[in-house]
Design a protein around this ligand. Sequence first.
Ligand SMILES: NC(=O)c1ccc[n+]([C@@H]2O[C@H](COP(=O)([O-])OP(=O)(O)OC[C@H]3O[C@@H](n4cnc5c(N)ncnc54)[C@H](O)[C@@H]3O)[C@@H](O)[C@H]2O)c1
Length: 255
Amino acid sequence: MLQGKNIAIFNIANRHSIAWKVAQAMDEQGAALILGYQNERMPSRVEKLAEELKQKPLALIPCDVSFPEQIDMLPEEIHERAGMLDGLVHSLAFAPREALENPFLFTEREHFLSTLEVSTFSLVALARALTPVFRDGASIVTLSYYGAEKVFPGYNVMGVAKAALEASVRYLAYDLGPAGVRVNAISAGPINTASARAVGGFLQMLALHEGKAPLKKSVAGRDVGNTAAFLVSDLASAITGETIYVDAGYSIMGI
Ligand SMILES: NC(=O)c1ccc[n+]([C@@H]2O[C@H](COP(=O)([O-])OP(=O)(O)OC[C@H]3O[C@@H](n4cnc5c(N)ncnc54)[C@H](O)[C@@H]3O)[C@@H](O)[C@H]2O)c1
């Protein structure tokens, strides 16, 4: 499904990262991958994981999105090492612990801004920076959560960031549509990752999800990876600006 496609995935922290599950799914479909990681602590871990892929990645690239200069360097680095891009996966987010622990009402200004900078603006910044290296038909996928639409106590400012992320998807889809570039979000059900565990009451959320979702199961990272592979493939050639739920049906339930 993805033979001949170059896809950049930001960012992998460890083998539980959704970004890694996306990488595995896309590798299986024949994509050539550029794998991103946040900082110097992580390349050896990502290198080790990359050995498990069928195809050797085209490049491993550090990118901390809170440093604009690191985003600015990406197009040249990617072009040099991989050529043009057919896909970008944005699978990264961060909120300071206090902002997830205290009631939303007490969110500090600086915590609000840094959460939206890393978790939301980074999609806009990456899409803009990489526009010169996108091929016609390229596809951008980001990761959201139902906390963008409904209140999940403890998700707090991250819910606001995801609401803005989903709106950004629609505006980016409008701006990039004429260039043939599609932009979509996957709203994933809860998955046990390092970031997810930082959200207060996450394990309880996970248990509730399994009980309430029509499929009576939690979502695996690989379910999300497979949907991301579909969205960057030509099979999804007329889908843009959407938020696709990969949540075992949880979001359709009223009670
Ligand atoms: N796990 C879930 O339940 C779940 C559900 C829905 C959506 N998501 C979303 O999926 C995405 C990936 O999260 P995950 O659950 O795989 O957790 P994870 O902790 O494995 O991944 C988060 C990634 O964000 C990166 N990151 C954080 N700050 C960064 C910065 N300043 N610059 C660059 N990278 C930075 C981390 O290095 C890490 O690679 C996030 O957007 C998250 O909100 C997760």
